[in-house]
Design a protein around this ligand. Sequence first.
Ligand SMILES: CC(C)(COP(=O)(O)OP(=O)(O)OC[C@H]1O[C@@H](n2cnc3c(N)ncnc32)[C@H](O)[C@@H]1OP(=O)(O)O)[C@@H](O)C(=O)NCCC(=O)NCCS
Length: 258
Amino acid sequence: MSSMVGLKGSHRPTICYRPIRPSDLEVLEKIHGDLFPIRYESEFFHNVVNGREVVSWGAVDRSRPNGQSDELIGFVTARIVLAKESEVEDLLRFDPSKSDQRLVYILTLGVVESYRNLGIASSLIQEVIKYASNIPNCQAVYLHVISYNNSAIHLYQKMSFQCVRRLHAFYFINGQHYDAYLFIYYVKGGRSPCSPLELVTLGVTYMRSGFKSVVARLRKNEDSKVPQWSKCKESGCLIPTTQNKRILKSEDTGCQFV
Ligand SMILES: CC(C)(COP(=O)(O)OP(=O)(O)OC[C@H]1O[C@@H](n2cnc3c(N)ncnc32)[C@H](O)[C@@H]1OP(=O)(O)O)[C@@H](O)C(=O)NCCC(=O)NCCS
């Protein structure tokens, strides 16, 4: 996949997307160091470049001179998690017959500064969504973002991710607590609360049960008071929660996204 985009500055980049490989190790580590307040362990980078438990995509600018045409200028890393072991299980469609339902959790995403606002991160996220959509039983892509990261928040909203939770003091970085937002993007109808189909099903069930209860009441010569619709509890944006509170020091090795 490639695209031509206009870069502020001297040259016109030709952005291509490709898998991340062992030769990217050094640059990948450097960009992470430059972009994130959290230090990742060397094991994390080795796992990324060798595709061990982590899937990843890189962006390069083919028009870069001096042998840099294959050097990463952006990346996204993610891993597959079991829905039942995740913190978002309650936000998914429950299917007791499928205990192996999966999710894709985005670990890190970054684009070097001179290549920002060209749609590179959006394309990388699209790759993740496409990948997740092709995994059997994968219900959603989700991630955490630190509450002050407006550019990333804007990006996820633009990509139709839903902000479903605010996690109080989720991060602990350099002695300070920060809240996180949890964003989720449902694939293949993984969404739990009140999809249109569920509303129709609920409506039919309601009408059936309502009809039965009216008949029963008529039989008993009771008043036939039709029950009220129960309100669909949709997860709103920024629900404060104390669950899943996570403390993360800058020297910690966790892979949460900031
Ligand atoms: C967040 C990040 C990955 C975005 O990369 P990118 O390639 O510039 O993203 P895109 O070009 O696909 O989209 C950027 C969008 O955000 C908007 N944006 C950029 N900065 C913004 C800001 N400060 N406030 C609001 N919106 C902003 C852009 O205008 C664009 O939206 P638009 O298409 O509606 O104009 C990049 O800024 C980055 O690497 N930041 C540092 C690492 C990081 O924070 N990673 C995310 C961790 S959760």
